[in-house]
Design a protein around this ligand. Structure first.
Ligand SMILES: NC(=O)CCC(=O)C(=O)O
Length: 281
């Protein structure tokens, strides 16, 4: 069994956490009703995106019962009977560090994986886009993948997509797809969002999915939207504009083998000429 229906929920996110969680639940259940087996939420799906919000909305994610967002995600996955890549939420740890963290849930509501954003979004386009996640966030130190009945899936968060090594190592550890909850902006989105998703798909001959929040014209940070799925040929198989909605794609992970047979770069690597970065732990 290699085929499943993927849904990317391009969520309209506002300032009220409870309203964001309720909206996410509605959309996850809508996707489940439409036949989705795996559903993805965007980066910062329960809060506005911005350094001043991370501390304000942060939760201790160690306990599913006491964390409002973890509890809600577990219930959505269970009630929809889907694999749920639960976007990201700001996490506060017992040593008072903040992380931008994605949790993944199985169809019985069980926690499958937790990924802390590894590469922090610090950019400087004077006059257009200046953002310093590292002012308040700590960076994750681990690669993350999880198993599904269809194959292994690797996780990254937004800016992580800019680092080819991460997707390459995940692919070489057996991941057939990378999923990135993200929130690019209206400066870098048109430049690089689709290009990066297709590049990671092409480099590694895997599926790549990136899920954004919808654009909120009243927000300080304007998300690019355009949630997208690329296949192992690097073709865009599903995408949208900037508005709220659900993007569906029928994913056949069998295509990974087909592409690797057609264009056999996997067996043509020259580790006698350059080192195999995937061997580094
Ligand atoms: N939330 C993010 O990591 C944004 C990344 C981004 O916009 C980029 O250009 O990279």
């Amino acid at each position: 069994m290699s085929t499943f229906k993927l849904a990317l929920v391009q969520l309209a996110v506002g300032a009220q956490k409870a309203a964001n969680l309720a909206n996410a639940r509605r959309k996850v259940l809508e996707a489940s009703e439409a036949g989705a087996n795996m559903v993805v939420l965007p980066e910062c799906f329960n809060s506005p995106y911005g350094t001043k919000y991370f501390g304000q909305y942060a939760e201790d994610l160690q306990d599913t019962q006491t964390s409002e967002s973890m509890h809600a995600l577990s219930q959505m996955a269970k009630d929809g009977s889907v694999y749920l890549v639960g976007g990201t939420v700001p996490e506060r740890t017992s040593d008072n560090k903040l992380y931008n963290t994605c949790t993944v849930w199985g169809p019985q509501g069980e926690l499958l994986a937790r990924h802390r954003k590894v590469h922090l979004f610090d950019i400087n386009f004077p006059g257009c886009m200046v953002f310093q996640e590292s002012e308040v966030l700590s960076s994750g130190r681990e690669m993350t993948q999880f198993s599904t009945p269809w194959g292994s899936v690797g996780l990254g968060i937004c800016y992580d997509v800019r680092f080819p090594e991460m997707a390459m190592v995940a692919a070489r550890r057996g991941c057939m797809m990378m999923v990135y909850p993200g929130a690019f902006n209206t400066t870098t989105g048109p430049l690089h969002w689709e290009l990066l998703v297709r590049a990671r798909a092409m480099d590694n001959q895997i599926f790549v999915a990136a899920c954004s929040p919808a654009r909120d014209l009243a927000a300080e940070y304007q998300a690019w939207g355009h949630s997208i799925v690329a296949d192992p040929y690097a073709r865009v198989v599903a995408t949208t504009d900037e508005k709220e909605g659900v993007v569906y794609a029928d994913v056949d992970l069998g295509l990974v083998d087909e592409v690797r047979r057609a264009i056999p770069v996997y067996s043509q690597r020259r580790f006698d000429v350059y080192p195999d970065v995937a061997q580094k732990k």
